[in-house]
Design a protein around this ligand. Sequence first.
Ligand SMILES: Nc1ncnc2c1ncn2[C@@H]1O[C@H](COP(=O)(O)OP(=O)(O)O)[C@@H](O)[C@H]1O
Ligand SMILES: [Mg+2]
Length: 266
Amino acid sequence: MSFLELIDLKTHFPVKKGLIFRKQVGMVKAVDGVNLAIEKGEILGLVGESGCGKSTLSRTVMQLIPATSGSVILEGKDLTRTSAHNVRSQRINFQMIFQDPYASLNPRMTVYTTLAEALRTRYPALTGDELTRRISEIMERVGLDRRFMRKYPHEFSGGQRQRIAIARALAPEPKLILADEPVSALDVSIQSQILNLLKQLVRELGLTMIFISHDLSVVRYISDRIAVMYFGKIVELGPAEEVMDHPQHDYTKTLIASIPKIEKRG
Ligand SMILES: Nc1ncnc2c1ncn2[C@@H]1O[C@H](COP(=O)(O)OP(=O)(O)O)[C@@H](O)[C@H]1O
Ligand SMILES: [Mg+2]
């Protein structure tokens, strides 16, 4: 049994037309029959151009959008056939990291408050010195100085803000991290720091991660295996080196060809 299994997963959105009598005129097949097995401890990179369905796939895995059909099986339990209440209690086990930490962090909450709230989703009784100690510990893990605990998101740089978002995702001790374009808004010089941090955390904490990006060079850098998504389907899947060195699908070849040459030699 794999840690996470997606079986013939489909998420279709109705397309409606007309201002008053909104008639359904078609379907956007954002996710259209995805089969994928992810092992515990692995980093699976999901790559594909904008609009191919990556975010919809991750939201469907999280049960934030209902699947049209198919199954999401986490540790043997089918989440698509679990009650809403149980899905909510399961959600603590998977956390998301998004592209824009400024939008996903509450501007009125200090790092302390943000992390306290996240920690209490798993440990509701945590208070006082013990809470502060745990917050310091998490901040240290993601490379933030504990002296910044009382600061607000706008007082940090983009890279530091993404570290806060990563800390918040780790605080509830999830099993699975879904990182949706987590470095796409960052300067190239900061990207590799954040990628290294994510990789290190996944290894140290024994996490499993789905890492989403439209940028194959970023995905190759961090992933154990790469899944290439194209119009709602996984068209190629394999160990990162194999996909890079021996791409089978024409679309993967196009993605590889579009990586700047200098990087390919490195
Ligand atoms: N809530 C929605 N309603 C209708 N169409 C949607 C919705 N969310 C996404 N889509 C469409 O589904 C497709 C996939 O989008 P998305 O998953 O955001 O792709 P990606 O993350 O790869 O850029 C796009 O055509 C998008 O317009
Ligand atoms: Mg997206």
